[in-house]
Design a protein around this ligand. Structure first.
Ligand code: FAD
Length: 234
C-alpha cells in the first residue's frame, strides 16, 4: 500500500488546482484520474471546445448580420467538418500544454490512472492498487444528466460531448434546458444553420433565479441568448 500526504481524485481543472498547490507545499500527492481524458471537462468537452465553436459561429453570423450600411460580405465556404477538426486539434494541444506538460513539472505529484473507490475513510482502491492518506480532495466533476423524457432513449440524443463533435449540422435540433450550456449550444447550432427549438420548463432562461448571488453572476456570464429569439411557455 502506498501512503500519500494528499490524494486528489479527479484530474480536471479543480483537481489540478489542488495538485499544483499541494506540490508547491511539498506534499507527497497522488492525482487519481479516470473517465474523461486528462484535464477533465473544461479542456476536453467544456469551455475550450464550446468557445472555439461559438467563436466560429459568431464570425459567420457577424459576416452576414453586422448591420453596417455600405458593407456587404459574402460567405463563400462553410465547412463545419474542418471547423470541428480544428476545434479538436486545439483541445489536444491545450490538453498537452496546460495539463500533461504541467503535470510533468510537479515533482511531488504522481498520476495514477483508474477509477478511485473508497475502501474506508483513509483508503482507496484504484484498479486493484491500494492508496492511503489522511487527506482527500474529491474533484470528480459532473456528467450530463439525461432527463426522464418518455421515448428519449428510443429516438436517441446528443449530450454536450457528442454535440461538440458533429461534423454535419442537422437541419433542426431540440435543446432541452435553457441554462447557460443549453443556450450556448442553441446559439452556435442556430448560427451554423440549424433550426433550433429550446425547451425550458421554468419561466426564465439563462440566469437561474433563486440561487446564491455568486452562482447567479456565473450564469449571467454564460447567458448570452441569441437576439431575435421567440419564446413560448409550455
Ligand atoms: C459545454 C460546457 C461549456 C462550459 N463552459 C464553461 C465556461 O465557459 N466557463 C466556465 O467557467 N465553465 C464552463 N463549463 C463548466 C466547466 O467545464 C466545469 O465547471 C469544470 O470543468 C469542472 O471542473 P472539475 O475539475 O470540477 O471537474 P471535471 O473537469 O469534470 O473533472 C473531473 C474529472 O474526474 C474524473 N473522475 C470522475 N470520477 C472519478 C473517479 N471515481 N476516479 C477518478 N477520476 C474520476 C472525471 O472523468 C473527470 O475527468 C462548461 C461546461 C460544459 C459542459
Amino acid at each position: 500500500m502506498s501512503h500519500y500526504d494528499l490524494i486528489v481524485i479527479g484530474g480536471g481543472a479543480g483537481g489540478f488546482g489542488a495538485a499544483i498547490k499541494a506540490n508547491d507545499l511539498g506534499a507527497k500527492t497522488a492525482l487519481v484520474h479516470a473517465g474523461l481524458p486528462l484535464g477533465g471537462t473544461c479542456v476536453n468537452v467544456g469551455c475550450v471546445p464550446s468557445k472555439t465553436l461559438l467563436h466560429a459561429a459568431e464570425v459567420l453570423h457577424t459576416a452576414t448580420h453586422h448591420g453596417i450600411p455600405g458593407l456587404e460580405l459574402a460567405v463563400t465556404r462553410l465547412d463545419v467538418a474542418a471547423i470541428v477538426r480544428d476545434e479538436l486539434a486545439l483541445v489536444q494541444q491545450l490538453r498537452e500544454e496546460k495539463y500533461a506538460a504541467v503535470l510533468r513539472e510537479l515533482e511531488h505529484v504522481t498520476l495514477i490512472e483508474g477509477p478511485a473507490r473508497f475502501a474506508d475513510a483513509h483508503t482507496i482502491d484504484v484498479g486493484g492498487e491500494t492508496l492511503s492518506s489522511d487527506r482527500f480532495v474529491i474533484a470528480t466533476g459532473s456528467t450530463a444528466t439525461v432527463p426522464p423524457v418518455a421515448g428519449l432513449q428510443d429516438v436517441g440524443f446528443l449530450t454536450h460531448i457528442e454535440a461538440l463533435r458533429q461534423e454535419r449540422m442537422p437541419a433542426s435540433l431540440v435543446v432541452i434546458g435553457a441554462g447557460p450550456v443549453g443556450l450556448e449550444f442553441s446559439q452556435l447550432y442556430a448560427r451554423f444553420g440549424a433550426r433550433v427549438t429550446v425547451l425550458q420548463r421554468g419561466s426564465s432562461i439563462g440566469l437561474r433565479c433563486g440561487g446564491d448571488s455568486a452562482r447567479g453572476r456565473e450564469d449571467a456570464e454564460y447567458g448570452d441568448a441569441s437576439p431575435g429569439q421567440r419564446t413560448r411557455h409550455g
